[in-house]
Design a binder for this molecule. Structure first.
Ligand SMILES: Nc1nc2c(ncn2[C@@H]2O[C@H](COP(=O)(O)OP(=O)(O)OP(=O)(O)O)[C@@H](O)[C@H]2O)c(=O)[nH]1
Ligand SMILES: [Mg+2]
Length: 506
C-alpha cells in the first residue's frame, strides 16, 4: 500500500437506502472532492478556505461535459490530518442512497485520481497512523458485527482501549522483569551472587496470573460472541427436542414418541434479556448397537463437556429408580465446579405427584456427596451454604442448586421460568464481569497462550537456576507475543489477514 494515494469507497451498506456515505482518505482527498463539488449558487470552494469538521450543503456534478450536470444534492464534510478517523486528510459525502448515484460519485472521484479502497483500508490507515492499535481496529470490526448488548459492550470496551490498557500494563510488568534480569547481567561479571530471586519470582507470578486471567476470559468472551452454550441432554424420549422447540418458539427439531428420534446435535441461538445463548439439542443417551446412533451419542458427550450450562432432562413418567439412574449418569459427566447444571424432571403434566417428594431427598444427599468428590478432585471446600474454589471464590449457592425442579415442556409458563433460571445462573457463575476486558478474538487468545508458555519457560529456568541471559531470551519472546496483539510488532501477512475481513469502506 502506498501511503500517498487517495482512496475512496461507499461506507454504507450496499443497495438502496435513504442516504449513503462515500468516503475519501489521503493527501489529495480535499482537492479531488472539490473538483466535483459546488455550492448551490454554483461557486466552488477554495481549498485554502475550507473549514474542517463542518458540513457544507451543495451538489456533486460531473465536470467533464460542457453543461456540467448535477449528479446529486449532498452534504460534504472535510477532515484535516491528523484529526480524522484515518489520521489523514479525508472527506465524507452524504448523498441520496440510489445505487446509481453512489456508483456515479465513485466513478467521478476515480477519474480525478482516487483509487477504490480495499476492505478495511481506512482502518488499516488509522492503525498505520497510530490513531488506533490493532486490538482496537479489530474491535471496530466486532462493533460493526455486534448483534446484541453483550457483544456490543465488549466491542466498545475494547475500542475505548480497555483491553489495550491491560496489555500495556502487562508489557510494563514484563519490561520491569527484563530490567531486573539485566541488572543481574551487569553484575554477573563482578561475580555478585543473586541467590535471592524472590522479587523476580513475585513479578513473574504476577504477570503469569494476569495473562492467565485474560486467556481464561476467552471461554467467556467466545460464549458471548457465539452464544453461551447450553446443552439439553438426557435419555431418549425425555422431551429434549420438545423443550428446544418451546424455548425457540418454533418447530426446529423433530419431535416424536419414537425413542432415538434425534440422531445429531441441533444448535440454535436465542436471546434472553440481551444475552445470547446457543441451545444444543442432543441425541438421547441410551445403550445402542446402532452405528449412527452411537456416533450421535458420542457427540452428546462432547457437547456436555463444552457447555457452560447443562440442562439434564429426566422423564417423570419413568419409575423412580430409572429416573435416579439417568440423573446420576448426567451429574457424573458434568464438572460441577466449572459448569452449571440444571436438572429438570419433565412431563410433570402427566406424572404422579407423590413421586416428586421422594425424588428430592435422594437427590440432595447424592448431590452433596458428588460436590464433595468434585471439590476433592479440583481443589476447594464446602460449607452448608456454599461451595468454594481453592481461591476462596464462592462458586455455588448449594441450597439454590439442591432443589429439584419439575416442568412440562408443554407448559409455556414453565418454559418462561426455565429461561429466567438460565439467566439467573449465568449471572451467578463465577469469574463473570462482563465489563472487564474479555478476550473474544482467537488471535489474541493464541498470542496470550504463547506468552504464557514463554513465561513458564522463564519460571522453569529460574527453578533450574539458569543464567540471566537465557531467561531474558524467553522473556523477550513473551514480550513479542503480547506486543503482537496491539500491533507493536507485526507483519504484512498478519495485517492483510485482519483487515481483509473488514467491510469495504471501513
Ligand atoms: N405430556 C407430555 N409429553 C411430552 C412432554 N415433553 C415431551 N413430550 C412428549 O414426549 C415424546 C418425546 O419427545 P421428544 O421431544 O421427541 O423427546 P427427545 O428427548 O427429543 O427424544 P430423542 O430425540 O429420541 O432423544 C413426544 O411424544 C412428546 O410429545 C411433556 O412435558 N409432557
Ligand atoms: Mg429429540
Amino acid at each position: 500500500m502506498s501511503r500517498n494515494d487517495t482512496i475512496c469507497a461507499i461506507s454504507t451498506a450496499s443497495g438502496i437506502g435513504a442516504i449513503a456515505v462515500v468516503r475519501l482518505s489521503g493527501m489529495e482527498s480535499h482537492k479531488i472532492a472539490l473538483h466535483v463539488f459546488r455550492k448551490k449558487n454554483g461557486n466552488q470552494l477554495d481549498i485554502n478556505n475550507i473549514e474542517a469538521n463542518k458540513a457544507y450543503f451543495g451538489e456533486i456534478f460531473d465536470p467533464i461535459p460542457d453543461d456540467k450536470p448535477m449528479i446529486d444534492e449532498v452534504l460534504i464534510t472535510f477532515f484535516k490530518a491528523p484529526h480524522s478517523y484515518t489520521g489523514e486528510d479525508s472527506v465524507e459525502i452524504s448523498c441520496h442512497g440510489s445505487v446509481f448515484v453512489q456508483q456515479k460519485i465513485l466513478e467521478l472521484l476515480c477519474v480525478r485520481g482516487c483509487r477504490l479502497a480495499e476492505p478495511g483500508e481506512f482502518s488499516k490507515r488509522a492503525f498505520i497512523y497510530d490513531k488506533i492499535d490493532l486490538a482496537q481496529a479489530e474491535a471496530v470490526a466486532d462493533l460493526i458485527a455486534s448483534q446484541n448488548e453483550a457483544e456490543h459492550r465488549i466491542a466498545v470496551n475494547q475500542l475505548k482501549g480497555g483491553f489495550s490498557n491491560e496489555l500495556r500494563e502487562l508489557r510494563a510488568q514484563l519490561v520491569d522483569l527484563t530490567s531486573l534480569l539485566e541488572l543481574e547481567l551487569d553484575f554477573s561479571e563482578e561475580d555478585v551472587e543473586f541467590a535471592d530471586r524472590t522479587k523476580l519470582n513475585d513479578l513473574l507470578n504476577k504477570s503469569m496470573k494476569h495473562i492467565k486471567k485474560l486467556s481464561d476470559s476467552f471461554r467467556m468472551g467466545n460464549a458471548i460472541k457465539n452464544g453461551i452454550p447450553v446443552a439439553i441432554v438426557g435419555e431418549t424420549n425425555t422431551g429434549k427436542s420438545t423443550l428446544l422447540n418451546a424455548i425457540l418458539g418454533e418447530d426446529r427439531a423433530i419431535v416424536s414418541d419414537i425413542e432415538g428420534t434425534t440422531r445429531d446435535t441441533i444448535e440454535e441461538t436465542f436471546n434472553i434479556e440481551g444475552t445470547l445463548y446457543r441451545f444444543i439439542d442432543t441425541a438421547g443417551i441410551r445403550e445402542t448397537s446402532e452405528t449412527i446412533e452411537k456416533i450421535g451419542i458420542e457427540r452428546t458427550f462432547k457437547k456436555i463437556a463444552e457447555a457452560d450450562i447443562v440442562i439434564g432432562l429426566l422423564d417423570g413418567t419413568k419409575p423412580i429408580k430409572d429416573i435416579i439412574k439417568a440423573w446420576k449418569d448426567i451429574v457424573n459427566r458434568v464438572n460441577l465446579l466449572k459448569q452449571n447444571l440444571i436438572i429438570m424432571v419433565n412431563k410433570s403434566d402427566i406424572m404422579d405427584a407423590a413421586k416428586m417428594f421422594t425424588l428430592n431427598d435422594d437427590y440432595i444427599d447424592y448431590m452433596k456427596s458428588t460436590y464433595e468428590k468434585n471439590i476433592e478432585k479440583h481443589g476447594g471446600y464446602m460449607t452448608d451454604e456454599y461451595c468454594y474454589s481453592i481461591t476462596g471464590m464462592d462458586l455455588y449457592d448449594i441450597q439454590g442448586l439442591l432443589t429439584f425442579s419439575y416442568m412440562s415442556a408443554k407448559n409455556p409458563e414453565d418454559i418462561e421460568n426455565l429461561k429466567s433460571s438460565i439467566r439467573y445462573r449465568y449471572t451467578d457463575m463465577p469469574h463473570i464481569d462482563e465489563n472487564a476486558a474479555l478476550v473474544t478474538n482467537i488471535r489474541h487468545f493464541e498470542a496470550l497462550t504463547h506468552a504464557l508458555e514463554s513465561l513458564q519457560q522463564v519460571k522453569n529456568g529460574m527453578d533450574n537456576k539458569l543464567s540471566a541471559d537465557l531467561l531474558a531470551q524467553d522473556l523477550r519472546q513473551a514480550l513479542y507475543h503480547i506486543g503482537s496483539i496491539t500491533g507493536e510488532v507485526t507483519n504484512d501477512e498478519v495485517l492483510g489477514n485482519i483487515f481483509g475481513r473488514f467491510c469495504i469502506g471501513k
